[in-house]
Design a binder for this molecule. Sequence first.
Ligand code: NAD
Length: 477
Amino acid sequence: MYEQLALYIDGEFIHAGRQQQDVVNPATGEVIGHLPHASRDDLDRALDAAQRAFAQWRRTSPLERSRILRRVGELARERAHDIGRHITLDQGKPLREAVAEVQMCAEHAEWHAEEARRIYGRVVPARDPAVRQMVVREPVGVCAAFTPWNFPFNQAIRKACAAIGAGCTLILKGPEDSPSAVVALARLFHDAGLPPGVLNIVWGVPHEVSSYLIESPIVRKISFTGSVPVGKQLAAMAGAHMKRVSMELGGHSPVLVFDDADIETAAVQLAKFKIRNAGQVCISPTRFYVQEGVYDRFAERFVTAMKKITVGNGLDDASQMGPLAHERRVDAMESFIADARERGGEVLLGGERLDLAGGKGNFYAPTVVANLPAEARLMTEEPFGPIAPLSRFGEVDDVIARANSLPFGLASYVFTTSLRTAHKVSSELEAGMVGINHFGIGLSELPFGGVKDSGIGSEGGQETFDGYLVTKMVTQV
Ligand code: NAD
């Protein structure tokens, strides 16, 4: 059993009568579903529905928006197992990770339900006592969002809750490779009583759909999660039409392990965190800088922990890491490792495709590489897979400079028991998020976002609605 894939336009699920795309299980290579693509007429219908719905939805009381978001959260919890199972089928991650993703998303819905009641304006004291000056925040209008395949439920629900909670309406294109979660999301909102047209789901050829929606005068705001190059293209297009953007883009997260850290704990926790979702996580630790005094001990412990990871079909209880989400990620891993070997890197573990499921699954071994020069592709491009490159450092200023040397600035991690080091490093790292001795990033109550090439804006935390609101000043005598 797999999700019945559909478009969702103006409150109606559309399953058939459209050009279709096969959806493949990355663990087995089997075709598990057929995804209908939106025609031009469908996109126009979605635009029209979102525009009409906005006229009403913007006037809906925050209490009503909050009620619907809360119900979405309840339904997500009730359906977490089924939604999670479908994510494992079309995305590959282990079932417990997929179910946990949905449960965490129930919290996102609840957080937005609470915060939607606190979108405040302000009264500014006037120079003239007869004047009343007010600042109000209003929904920006119809939004278009594009979400990726690595956390297919999480990335979509965060955008949907932020837009809808702010009083906007939304056309969302999810990931065609792993679409079940986004269809399930539409069902949650539908069943929670969201009026037709407030949320619309479309599928198609990504650049065709995105350029059509971004160029439409109906759309006032663009939100994208995905790679830096695509983010820059979409932001440029939005800029040409003077539209607001939120961009959650890739990173290349440095991990700084200092001599005074608890090395045993750091090595084990980092291995677990590294293989989460097979490393296909924008905040995955991807550049490991380890201080000279503990480098050998850390490398040994980390490789031992990575070696213990069981790789297999995500539906199998024993699997701690599933396949990569699609074949092109396996090709990417092979090309990173070929480059690493050419540049004299030492592969301490893995470095190869795994022949599971008769060679039909996209399995790649947990991999550790050492002694790479700074210009190796693994040290400069986001690997987005289960590969960890290790590198030595001596002084704190040197490692901060190396960590900050790339154009990315999403997450970064520090392992130290020194308050002075923790303070210095967290102040000087160019990153949107810093985890010190743990990985508590991505929680509903905290802003999630990057600086530099890693993006614009935050999702979550009290900042979550900022990108979906415009500020209006009213002065009255
Ligand atoms: P990609 O850049 O082609 O696609 C990434 C996502 O963007 C996909 O979901 C895709 O459907 C969408 N997309 C691509 N072109 C688009 C367009 N013109 N308009 C709208 N959406 C578009 O790469 P990929 O092979 O699918 O993924 C690999 C890379 O993507 C990784 O190296 C990683 O950097 C990045 N990525 C980042 C995140 C993240 O959370 N920041 C998530 C997924 C992928």
